[in-house]
Write a protein that binds this ligand. Structure first.
Ligand SMILES: Cc1cc2nc3c(=O)[nH]c(=O)nc-3n(C[C@H](O)[C@H](O)[C@H](O)COP(=O)(O)OP(=O)(O)OC[C@H]3O[C@@H](n4cnc5c(N)ncnc54)[C@H](O)[C@@H]3O)c2cc1C
Length: 391
């Protein structure tokens, strides 16, 4: 059998491509059962897209944002929200993030998986594609179970982040063999690994001020953080991780006030220092970090300074964690070799890309899922146009 379309990867964009592929005869491959990453997005409340207007939206992808302009013209947040609402998923906008209202990510991943299975002529789970060759106008796909033929191929294999979900970067080599260059993949939106904070595991803080001191520069961010068993995570850390560095010092101001203001607070009433700090910080933090157990009147300047430093200048040596913990991959198939209007390779006719395998990444806030859905829709639309305009 010769398929119209072979989709490699049943993650976000591969599944959505299958859903939209009717009336093409489509085969879908995944090295797992599919939808694994999607089912853990947004900490169970998938952040599907963002309420921002288009121009601001595009800016959230940095210098490569313009690449998405054409696919957004075809399929943007309104169309995506509409698709989910028609599929029985209510959405709500919180702090600009469009998230699932009642249901959880697993249900939403399952819905997409079921729809994709219904649409595809063949859905091949646990069957990774290991090689793809092009022979005249036909692609030959190899797996450990057999050989498949297709007029078009959509590489929807994701990047290298969270490889346990299936996206281990194995398709970069396939893209390379088909003529494409790969912008070196790096872990992005990745927590910071560090040794010294295990005792704070489980504590989270809102709106803290962070300063990242790298060898060359300082970067600032304000937002929420979470101490974990391996280091520090949370939206503010993930945003800082996009900067170019390997090791750095992270300075945390938990309270967003200055030294003078905190000293006033600590010395205004003659109470035990620990009790004053417990009014503004979690008890466990105070038990771990505030060693001085005196009344504020009795505390020396040096002792007060130590308390101030642990609350306003908490310093940790950090490094980016590996791909195993990264939310997205920076880098991937070079955008210079992909037509942004069609998602087709400029080098190999009939070869298409969507989602995170490409060198495009957005900020936290639903930008990566929107890019995956929009580029997927655009690719399938072009494949249909190509097939039906030539037959
Ligand atoms: C924990 C976590 C939470 C996230 N939350 C959000 C969020 O709330 N909002 C947001 O916008 N983004 C979020 N993201 C990012 C977002 O999930 C991804 O950007 C998006 O899923 C990428 O979609 P994709 O289809 O390109 O890749 P994936 O969803 O990674 O799918 C790739 C698929 O390809 C398969 N595959 C790989 N190689 C082969 C092969 N050789 N043969 C066959 N199959 C193969 C894999 O098994 C996998 O199923 C999150 C990421 C993580 C890790």
């Amino acid at each position: 059998m010769i398929y119209d379309l072979a989709i490699v990867g049943a993650g976000t964009c591969g599944l959505f491509a299958a859903v939209n592929s009717h009336p093409l005869t489509t085969v879908v491959f995944d090295k797992n059962s599919g939808a694994k990453k999607l089912s853990i997005t947004g900490n169970n409340k998938s952040n599907i897209t963002n309420c921002m207007e288009k121009e601001d939206f595009l800016e959230r992808y940095g210098k490569n944002g313009a690449f998405l302009r054409d696919s957004f013209k075809l399929f943007f947040k309104e169309e995506l929200i509409n698709f989910f609402e028609r599929s029985g998923f209510d959405l709500t906008c919180r702090d600009n993030k469009v998230v699932l209202k009642d249901k959880i990510s697993q249900e939403f991943a399952k819905m997409l998986l079921n729809k994709a299975k219904k649409s595809a002529a063949s859905f091949r789970e646990y069957e990774p594609v290991v090689d793809i060759l092009k022979d005249k106008s036909m692609f030959i796909l190899k797996t450990h179970k057999g050989i498949y033929y297709s007029k078009n191929v959509l590489l929807a294999c994701g990047g290298k982040s969270f490889p346990a979900t299936g996206s281990d970067g194995s398709c970069y080599n396939i893209a390379k063999k088909l003529g494409h260059s790969i912008v070196t993949p790096n872990p992005c939106e990745v927590p910071f690994c560090c040794k010294d904070v295990k005792n704070l595991q489980g504590l989270s803080f809102k709106n803290v001020n962070l300063t990242l001191k790298t060898e060359k520069r300082r970067f600032f961010e304000c937002g929420d953080i979470l101490f974990t068993h391996f280091g520090i995570s949370g939206p503010a850390v993930l945003e800082l991780s996009k900067n170019d560095f390997k090791q750095a010092k992270l300075l945390i101001n938990f309270l967003g006030i200055n030294e003078k203001e905190l000293l006033e607070l600590l010395t205004k009433k003659n109470r035990k220092i620990k009790n004053i700090v417990k009014d503004i910080m979690p008890k466990r933090f105070v038990d771990e970090m505030v060693k001085i157990d005196k009344y504020s009147k009795e505390a020396s300047k040096k002792e007060l300074k130590e308390v101030v430093d642990s609350l306003l200048g908490f310093e940790v040596d950090v490094e980016k964690c590996s791909f195993n913990r990264a939310f997205v991959t920076c880098g991937g198939v070079s955008l210079r070799e992909i037509n942004p209007k069609t998602m087709e390779s400029k080098l190999t006719k009939g070869l298409f890309f969507c989602g995170e395998i490409m060198d495009i990444q957005g900020s936290i806030g639903g930008f990566n899922l929107q890019a995956a859905f929009s580029t997927s829709f655009c690719a399938v639309d072009s494949i249909k146009n190509n097939l039906y305009s030539t037959t």
